[in-house]
Design a protein around this ligand. Structure first.
Ligand code: F6P
Length: 467
């Protein structure tokens, strides 16, 4: 029996991949041997394949052609599913026929899996790019254990309904034996959706507050929530070493007596970067006499072929420079805004060097930066986490200073509170959060998910299309 992971992004070399998904999955593979199937990140008219081994992971990746990249990845995944799941239907932009390419690429992924999977293997599909992969895999006749994990939020019913073809897409989830989402709230939204569109003959049954199942034609799918986490021990150890890096010493020297606030995000409108800058601006206006901290904002560029992302990028550059113009002087630049990609170890050193972690998404599935910031702190003199209540991580890390990123004035106040917080309080808050992160890690997340998959999978008899 082997574990086959299927996702759009795959880590198959030293290059850091964008987003938390690839790093998290890479960590789950440490204890097991398995195969990782997905997109190579390359675009080519002829399919180019790469097979190999990276660390203990066997990978099989393939290229997409230009049309697939445009319609499946950029359009349907990132201009339809992404904005709606992040409660931004105003960003929804449907290119006619992009759904057909989304289906086709999902079918392609399913065929790649079918060529590599035996019925005794566990197949685990990840994220919104591949909602239909399970459905197409069953069409190939695959009857083995099959699971899906949704890394991003599940929006309320009325928003799901704005997704063209949502009935087909969401009913496709019943091809899986197990479907996992990040939070209880995501599960509640999914439950309401299934109840609303319940067909005659379908049974939907809750199992306490933490799960429900959908049964149809004698086959059932179990739905539950599994908040994703981090390799806490690794991050704790890594940050102790990385804080000694030359680059971090230079950074500290350049700060002098000033305190450091840090933000690390993918450059995405869901991350609330503009809200963060406005709040920092308000903070500087109201509290600059006591504090002159520096905000280091690392924003990795992503999906740059989309207009909405290009606009965000130029808007943020303009905002950062206008704030620096208003509050800076020849020896003080309030915002250091960089698009450089840092390796994982260096990031943990930067987190440890910061007095405040500023995580302000307007909506986020989980947000692993918040968790890594906490795990990277020196427990004797920790920094303070300011965390949006709209990040999945907020339901676990409730000793952070929880904020509403739309309420600029109160975020500014929280920044002041964080900078003035006495050491005993920082230690206390940090201790409780670290305890949770040590108990609930990426390893326990993975073990619980696989245990549930083993419990809820049962051989399925599937007819191939047309037979
Ligand atoms: O973790 C959420 C996620 O959307 C992943 O599914 C995705 O791979 C990552 O963020 C980064 O996005 P992209 O692959 O579009 O750069």
């Amino acid at each position: 029996m082997k574990l086959i992971i299927v996702s759009n992004r795959v880590s198959y070399d030293e290059k850091p991949q964008s987003g938390g998904l690839a790093a998290a999955i890479q960590d789950t593979f440490k204890s097991i041997n398995g195969m990782w199937i997905g997109w190579s990140g390359e675009i080519s008219e002829e399919v180019q394949r790469k097979n190999g081994k990276y660390e203990n992971i066997e990978y099989k990746v393939f290229s997409l052609n230009e049309k697939e990249y445009q319609d499946y990845y950029l359009n349907f995944s990132n201009e339809v599913l992404w904005p709606v799941c992040h409660l931004r239907p105003s960003y929804l932009r449907l290119i006619e026929n992009s759904y057909a390419t989304y289906q086709k690429v999902n079918q392609q992924f399913a065929q790649e899996v079918a060529a590599n999977a035996k019925d005794q293997d566990l197949v685990w599909v990840h994220d919104y790019h591949l909602l239909l992969t399970g459905y197409f895999l069953r069409q190939t006749g695959h009857g083995g254990a099959l699971a899906y994990f949704h890394h991003i939020p599940i929006p309320p019913l009325d928003l799901i309904r704005t997704i063209p073809h949502h009935c087909e897409i969401f009913s496709g989830l019943t091809s899986y034996d197990l479907v996992g989402v990040q939070t209880k709230n995501d599960l509640k939204n999914l439950f309401e959706y299934f109840n609303h569109y319940k067909q005659p003959g379908v049974v939907i049954q809750t199992q306490g507050e933490d799960a429900f199942y959908v049964e149809q034609d004698g086959q059932s799918t179990h739905f539950s929530y599994y908040p994703i986490s981090i390799d806490t021990k690794k991050i704790e150890e890594m940050s102790k070493i990385s804080i000694e890096e030359k680059e971090i010493h230079h950074l500290k020297e350049s700060l002098g007596h000033r305190q450091l606030l840090i933000g690390v995000d993918r450059l995405d409108y869901s991350k609330g970067l503009e809200n963060k800058f406005h709040a920092f601006d308000t903070f500087l206006k109201n509290y600059a006499a006591q504090h002159q901290p520096v905000l280091l904002q690392i924003a990795n560029k992503s999906r740059s072929d989309l207009n909405s992302y290009q606009d965000l990028c130029s808007g943020l550059e303009a905002l950062a420079s206008s704030i620096n113009g208003d509050h800076g002087n020849p020896s003080y630049t309030p915002i250091r805004y960089v698009n450089t990609v840092y390796d994982h170890a260096s990031l943990t050193g930067l987190y440890r060097a910061a007095r405040v972690g500023l995580v302000t998404p307007t909506k986020d599935g989980m947000n692993l930066v918040a968790k890594e910031f906490v795990a990277s702190q020196n427990p004797e003199d920790p920094g303070v986490l300011i965390l949006s209540e709209f990040a999945g991580a907020a339901s676990e890390l409730n000793e952070a200073l929880l904020i509403n990123p739309f309420h600029t004035q109160s975020v500014a106040q929280s920044i002041a509170q964080a900078l003035e917080m006495p050491q005993w309080e920082r230690v206390q808050r940090h201790r409780s959060m670290l305890k949770k992160l040590r108990a609930h890690t990426i390893q326990t997340w993975h073990e619980r998910f696989i245990a549930d998959l083993m419990e809820h999978c049962h051989p399925r008899r599937w007819r191939r299309t047309g037979s």
